[in-house]
Write a protein that binds this ligand. Structure first.
Ligand SMILES: [Zn+2]
Length: 363
């Protein structure tokens, strides 16, 4: 290496320039594309090599080039049926990524014609139906694959896509997957819109029993209005239904978010002392649960004697704390202000949790 250093006029204390550099996947992909593209110019490469190059183009978002590569590959006379099916499949994925959904569908169907049903193809078709807004087709496709949570999810999306909620489809979704939180939630939302509070409480009772304590907060969330972070929680549930709901929450195993929700509703109806007790019960389960602490702090403010400057500072801090995203994906740590059923980042289903600590990592 000494000769190179003297050639470049480098001193010995610059040796760290020659240490291995950290891997850079984007640069590596670019280098692989350059090498493969050069090889292709001279002679036709093996099908696998061309296909790999197409995948690299797609990975880099160069979808036109990926599509071109597959299309010219499909013209080759030396392809066996397995190659043909694979190329049609990858072409379908290229079109899907490019948002050209009808061509994606055609390519995937050609793949099925030639290669038969394979799980990756079936999944790609389901994703494509969902992407194109054909929720019924997406649901059928997931049901065919035996993926009940997803089949129920898209039935619920189909049920909610018309002017009025299709209760038949919701019932079907609950039959396919009884623990479907979205099916229960949509039913509850429908009854909230109708202001049929007895039915809301009854659905909550049934739903909390089957979705599991870790997802109970999803069903209780629409009862609290967090839309305006500047104001405390507003109660949607009328006062005369509150005791029935508290009895329901009490009947199910104690859960942090249910206790918190009960406390919020009590405060919103002016029953502050009871509200404090429920928030303290939540803190017994997890002393670091910040939403309950925030509620307790807010409720204790009228008892404090504070200077106007201190009040101003505290109002600012409380306002900012209420703006914090309330949900976090249990798998990848993605934070969101709204309920989600499929994590937009890691694509896990029903991995949503209530964010318990303000210091939770990740974005
Ligand atoms: Zn995630």
């Amino acid at each position: 290496m000494q000769w190179l250093k003297s050639l470049l006029g480098l001193r010995d204390d610059y040796t760290d320039l020659f240490l291995p550099v950290p891997p850079n996947p984007a640069q590596d992909a670019l280098a692989a594309i350059d090498d493969l593209s050069r090889a292709m110019k001279n002679h036709q490469g093996a099908v696998e090599t061309c296909s790999a190059l197409g995948n690299l183009y797609r990975m880099r978002g160069e979808l036109d080039r990926a599509i071109q590569m597959r299309s010219s590959l499909l013209q080759r006379p030396d392809l066996d049926r397995e190659d043909q099916a694979r190329i049609w499949f990858e072409l379908g994925r290229d079109y899907s990524r490019a948002g050209i959904l009808d061509r994606a569908h055609e390519a995937l169907l050609r793949c099925r014609e030639i290669g038969g049903d394979i799980p990756a193809l079936e999944l790609e078709l389901a994703l494509l139906h969902a992407k194109g807004g054909d929720f019924m087709a997406a649901s059928r496709q997931y049901a065919k694959m035996g993926h009940a949570p997803q089949a129920a999810h898209y039935l619920v999306r189909a049920a909610a896509s018309g002017d009025a909620t299709d209760l038949g489809l919701l019932a079907e979704a609950r039959e396919i997957y009884p623990a479907s939180p979205e099916a229960w939630l949509e039913g509850i939302m429908h009854q909230i819109r109708r202001e049929d509070w007895d039915e809301v409480v009854s659905l909550l009772d049934q739903g909390l029993g089957v979705v599991g304590p870790h997802l109970g907060f999803v069903l209780l969330d629409p009862l609290l209005d967090f839309d305006d972070p500047a104001t405390p929680v507003k109660a949607i549930l009328p006062a005369d239904s509150l005791d029935a709901l508290l009895a329901v929450i009490d009947r199910h195993p104690p859960d942090l978010s249910s206790l918190y929700c009960a406390g919020c509703l009590l405060r919103a109806h002016g029953r502050v002392e009871e509200a404090k007790t429920w928030q303290e019960k939540a803190l017994l389960l997890n002393p670091a649960y910040w939403p309950a602490r925030l509620e307790l702090l807010t409720m204790s403010l009228p008892e404090q004697r504070m200077t106007p400057v201190f009040t101003l500072q505290l109002d600012f801090l409380l306002h900012r704390a209420r703006e914090a995203k309330r949900f976090v994906c249990g798998r990848c740590g993605l934070k969101r202000g709204q309920i989600f059923f499929c994590c937009p980042k890691c694509l896990s289903w029903h991995s949503i949790t209530i964010r318990q600590l303000l210091s939770d990592e990740a974005s």
